[in-house]
Design a protein around this ligand. Structure first.
Ligand code: ADP
Ligand code: MG
Length: 322
């Protein structure tokens, strides 16, 4: 209990995008290299397939109980933690808000596939069956009848809005996990529209190219900086005139929403570029361009050059609380 009280507790899942995120992050934690997401908003279904390590019988027996986690058992674990989850709350919370949850899993080389189902929060006995060809190694979690007890929330869901939120969130996850192949399908399982796909090879540039287009990807430059206590790495675009503004900052591979950090980064990049090419022809050219445009401030010249960047700040878990 003392450990639990030291871990910030209480997870409330109030949106479909959060549901998808929790499932996908579990798949990443399980070492999956292929993650397939199906969403059917009109029927309130979400299904996530992964090819991760799977769940063994013992864990399957207690899965979905609050604080049932295989990832963190001591404060030392908490400090060393590399995974996203550690509180053992996501599945328990999902089970609470869904009419039905089915978790099917097979570990590598295991002859058995386990299925655990929950109806209105109540667990059914664990089922086991001999693995057949269509039981691949990994885990599938299917949520149905999401927000069953929240009819108002259900009514307020707009399909295109939710799909777009999920697509964006998954793009951010896929970009920083470029060695995982992701796909997102909309509509009925099996033959839905493909909304997003990455290949899981070729690093972040390749993922970027699949998600946001080749043209911008080609203008990206790698940056990295090691400081005492943290490392910043990623890509920035030095090419002007991008119609899109893609500015992503991650801390320990978790996307941070638009914060002051973004304006700090924009400023930093402006300043370093100005310092970098102060005497160069490029700087002079930009300066004269600015005069033509009427805005004299160097900042105005350079901020648009950095419409696109993807940066990850890697630091000790104890330094941040996100
Ligand atoms: P947490 O991620 O904080 O541990 P969750 O409620 O998200 O808690 O998951 C509980 C446990 O269920 C995990 O610790 C893990 O052991 C198991 N689990 C959940 N999803 C998967 C998955 N896709 N593959 C393997 N194990 C999983
Ligand atoms: Mg989790």
């Amino acid at each position: 209990e003392s450990l639990r009280s030291q871990i910030r507790s209480g997870l409330s899942l109030s949106s479909l995008v959060q549901c998808v995120e929790e499932l996908v992050l579990n798949s990443i934690d399980a070492g999956a290299t292929q993650i397939t997401v199906h969403v059917d908003i009109s029927h309130l279904l979400i299904k996530v397939f992964d090819n991760g390590v799977g769940i063994g019988k013992e864990d399957m027996m207690i899965i979905g109980e609050r604080y049932a986690t295989s990832k963190c058992h001591s404060l030392k674990d908490l400090e060393d933690l590399r995974s996203y989850g550690y509180r053992g709350e996501a599945l328990a919370s999902l089970i609470k808000i869904c009419g039905k949850v089915d978790i099917t899993s097979r570990q590598r080389l295991s002859p058995l596939t386990y299925t655990k189902s929950f109806h209105s929060g109540v667990a059914f006995p664990l089922k086991e069956s001999l693995s057949s060809l269509h039981h691949k190694t990994g885990t599938t979690v299917a949520l149905s009848d999401i927000f069953q007890s929240l009819p108002v929330r259900r009514k307020s869901l707009s399909e295109p809005v939710e799909l777009e939120r999920i697509r964006r969130s998954l793009s951010a996850i896929a970009l920083i996990h470029s060695s995982v192949s992701f796909s997102l399908h909309d509509g009925s399982f099996g033959n839905g529209r493909l909304l997003l796909q990455t290949k899981g090879t070729g690093g972040m540039l390749s993922a970027f190219s699949f998600l946001f287009g080749k043209e911008i990807a080609q203008s990206l430059r790698e940056v990295s900086r090691i400081e005492a206590g943290y490392t910043v790495s990623g890509y920035i675009s030095t090419s002007p005139h991008h119609s899109k503004s893609i500015q992503m900052i991650y801390i320990n591979k978790r996307l941070v929403c638009k914060t002051r950090l973004h304006s700090h980064v924009n400023k930093l990049l402006d300043n370093s570029l100005i310092a970098h090419c102060k005497d160069s022809a490029q700087y002079n050219r930009s300066q004269s361009k600015t005069r033509v445009g009427g805005d004299m401030s160097p900042k105005a010249v350079y901020s648009e050059r950095f419409g696109v960047y993807v940066l990850n700040i890697q630091c000790s878990k104890t330094e941040v609380d996100i």
